[in-house]
Design a protein around this ligand. Structure first.
Ligand code: ZN
Length: 415
């Protein structure tokens, strides 16, 4: 499995969990958040929770006292499953959550595979969970290189999320050059062009040196400036070839080639930056849509067809919508011990036992996963590629609404 897919999945999983946690409320200050960074000893945390539990005995309200006690006890039993906090740390969110009509239910949510490291230890008991560390992990870190240039000046930097950083402003001395006595017009012209060449070379070299170490995080280079110089500079290969590959068209007209020019550039290019993000997803869904129209399509969709195609090793690229909210649940029947797996559309959907008809059916947490994780793992068995498709493009929305969010480009036609 590619590392970035693994990270993409972790982000998506965390995002879904965060959405659920954000909605949860306690009756009083009785929801417990425990965040454990990698360098913290589990035994220390367990000890601290024990103390918190002892202190909770002093809480006046009988119900709150019981609820906080339950939450801490559940947190400790989660910790008992771990020897250490792992590479990224662990977060536990536990407590009696309001489920309507003055009713509460003890909910325990554990995140032990976050997309980024939990950096600081937290123990908090409040009416909501503390989610800032999770929210920070999900901030969009996609960045873009920015470059503005004309014959007088240039500036470059980077845009990441909503932040714009200007690394350097450079001035040429071309504009200040005056023809001197005895210089022919031609010679003067040549000197000016040499100076311009040196200036473009200096500005692009500085910019490339700044971007190259982090090029993998940069999704595109956006170019602007007041006149034609920007086109000249790109066309004449001043940029390093690896950087040039990332340069996006069109270029943008902005008033100045300094820090304020970079800001104007980001304003003008905002729409394009959004689109760049989506280009790859859009192309995949387009390929799928084109293929699925064919008489013998090398494409299929729908959970049943996809499972069968995965089983046959026919899947080249699996397309999964981030809008999917299904789970693959491992069920077991208490009375007859029958075990089976089924896809669940919402958590309240609980089947009867297909063998004995009993309603006393339980979820087996060890066999239960998000359907995206489950299908990704199946894809891995036959080295199929997996792409998560956001709902942010029209094509992405179509994948979810018209094709149930599960589709595939195939290695060969199944019809
Ligand atoms: Zn049964």
């Amino acid at each position: 499995m590619a590392d970035d897919l693994e990270m993409q999945q972790r982000r998506l999983r965390t995002k879904k969990t965060l959405e659920e946690l954000q909605k949860m409320r306690g009756m009083g200050t009785e929801l417990v958040t425990v965040i454990i960074p990698p360098d913290r000893l589990i035994s220390d945390v367990r000890g601290q929770l024990g103390q918190e539990g002892a202190q909770a005995a002093n809480i006046k309200s009988k119900l709150t006292r019981k609820h906080v006690g339950d939450a801490i006890e559940s947190a400790i039993s989660v910790l008992n499953r771990y020897k250490n906090a792992g590479e990224y740390g662990i977060a536990i969110f536990v407590g009696h959550v309001i489920v309507g009509n003055n009713k509460t239910r003890l909910v325990t949510v554990v995140i032990d595979d976050p997309p980024e490291i939990f950096t600081s230890f937290r123990y908090r008991c409040d009416s909501t969970f503390e989610l800032t560390q999770l929210e920070d992990m999900l901030i969009d870190r996609t960045s873009y290189g920015l470059f503005v240039v004309d014959r007088g000046e240039a500036a470059y930097g980077i845009a990441s999320g909503k932040r714009i950083h200007c690394q350097e402003e450079l001035q040429s001395n071309i504009m200040g050059k005056h023809r001197q006595g005895g210089q022919s017009a031609q010679r003067f012209e040549r000197l000016i062009e040499e100076a311009a060449h040196k200036f473009f070379k200096r500005a692009t070299e500085h910019a490339c040196n700044y971007w190259l170490p982090n090029l993998t995080d940069i999704k595109g280079i956006i170019i602007g400036g007041p006149g034609q110089t920007k086109d000249f500079v790109v066309k004449n290969d001043y940029f390093h070839h690896e950087v040039k590959k990332l340069i996006r068209e069109p270029f943008f007209d902005v008033g100045y080639s300094n820090e304020s020019g970079l800001r104007e550039l980001v304003q003008r290019a905002g729409n394009m930056m959004d689109q760049i993000e989506l280009d790859a997803e859009r192309e995949l869904v387009d390929n799928f849509l084109r293929e699925v129209m064919q008489a013998h399509p090398k494409a299929t969709y729908g959970e049943m067809m996809i499972r069968s195609a995965l089983d046959q090793g026919a899947v080249d690229t699996l397309l999964l919508s981030e809008g999917l909210r299904k789970r693959r649940v491992g069920w077991y029947c208490k009375p007859c011990s029958h075990e089976w797996e089924a896809t669940q559309n919402s958590r309240s959907e609980i089947p009867d036992c297909p063998k004995c008809g009993s309603e006393d059916v339980r979820e087996d947490p060890d066999r239960t996963r998000d359907i995206i994780d489950e299908l990704t793992e199946l894809a891995g068995h036959t080295s199929a590629k997996v792409s998560l498709i956001s709902m942010d493009s029209e094509e992405g929305a179509t994948l979810q609404t018209s094709f149930g969010g599960i589709a595939a480009l195939l290695r060969y036609s199944l019809t």
